[in-house]
Write a protein that binds this ligand. Structure first.
Ligand code: SF4
Ligand code: MG
Length: 351
């Protein structure tokens, strides 16, 4: 596919009294035109900070320390590096909520309790288009209808607290889509919702993507969601991408022990009647990014860790073909690992 957004060597660091926290530490990520790219990993692995870095929405004391974020909504126009844009400048304002829409996990928290659904929408539309107030209102009602909100004329005057979580998330999606973004960044948009509502929202997003041709960068910890919507997947662990692959290749033939462990942790439907895709814990916990283990940061939890190698040297990024990467010493011909491609290794059962 053709890249619409290319993140290259992104580092987002937080300077704290205890030292520098490398929340995002050298991430490469590509979103393709008209496709859905999923970023998956446990909480605390830097998914959200990566997403927020794209639009310079990082909370202080976070700061982009290195890297480029090349944005090219129109293939005929040269890409711009979003990291170089002035934080309060006109250009970034046009990108934020205009060219790139964003939906977050907590829809209620993203809407102001003081304003009606309609005024949220009209304000956004006026900010990003040349429409007058009356046309902006028509457009707002059209957007509410498009995201499946019943009686949109009535909901226009409702306050966020008068809506359910699922309806609020539909409003957030309407807000994000009201300016016809080329890319929608969705950060765990269904995590706070019940399973039925989650399925409806995913269907809605996929339908809207088909209708508009927008690209999606979808952040989730849920492999069930990944299986449903992704074309390609980046797996993150402790501020780095540890595997990148097409969705089928990832599920059929994971090439990084962390991905293998994640897949192993999906409970089967028979076992406990749970929805598949809800992750159980992998043995051990994710270390805090301030205490990143030396070498491969997964080594304390990795069943295949090689002493003297994995705890000492960062694994090299080796191209496994077809754009797949899985930085792991097992793929390194120089190491004592089995070489590539990595055979499916038995991963111990999760706790
Ligand atoms: Fe495991 Fe070593 Fe590969 Fe890291 S580099 S995932 S510790 S085998
Ligand atoms: Mg998050």
């Amino acid at each position: 596919g053709e890249a619409v957004l290319t993140i290259d060597g992104l580092k987002t660091h937080y300077k704290t009294d205890e030292g520098v926290v490398r929340a995002v530490d050298g991430v490469d990520l590509t979103a393709y035109r008209g496709q859905t790219t999923c970023v998956v990993g446990e909480s605390g692995c830097g998914k959200s900070v990566t997403a927020r870095s794209i639009l310079q929405l990082i909370d202080l004391p976070g700061k982009i320390a290195d890297g480029r974020i090349m944005w090219q909504p129109d293939p005929a126009v040269e890409a711009v590096d979003l990291t170089t844009l002035d934080e309060d400048g006109e250009q970034l304002r046009r990108v934020r909520g205009g060219e790139i829409g964003m939906v977050f996990q907590e829809p209620m928290a993203s809407l102001s309790p003081m304003y009606t659904v309609g005024s949220h929408l009209v304000e956004t539309i006026l900010l990003h288009t040349d429409l007058n107030e009356a046309d902006a209102k028509d457009r707002a009602i059209h957007e509410l209808k498009r995201v499946g909100i019943p009686q949109p004329e009535r909901r226009f005057d409702a306050y966020p607290f008068q809506l359910s979580g699922g309806m609020c998330q539909r409003v957030m999606i309407a807000l994000a889509l009201s300016c016809e973004p080329a890319l929608l960044i969705a950060d765990e948009p269904t995590t706070a919702l019940d399973v039925t509502t989650q399925a409806r929202i995913l269907d809605l997003l996929l339908g809207l993507q088909e209708e508009t041709g927008m690209s999606m960068l979808f952040i989730t910890h849920d492999l069930g969601v990944v299986a449903e919507i992704a074309a390609d997947v980046s797996v993150m662990y402790l501020g780095k991408v540890v595997e990148k692959a097409g969705v089928d290749e990832l599920f059929e033939n994971p090439q990084h022990p962390y991905t293998q462990a994640l897949l192993e942790s999906i409970p089967s439907l028979d076992h406990d009647g749970q929805k598949p895709g809800r992750l159980r814990a992998i043995s051990g916990t994710v270390p805090h990014p301030a205490d990143r283990p030396a070498g491969c940061s997964f080594h304390p939890r990795c069943p295949h860790a090689m002493a003297g190698t994995c705890d000492a040297e960062e694994p090299p990024v080796i191209d496994l073909g077809d754009g797949r990467i899985a930085p792991c010493h097992l793929h390194d011909p120089e190491s004592s690992g089995p070489g590539r491609p990595l055979p499916l290794l038995p991963v111990p059962p999760v706790q």
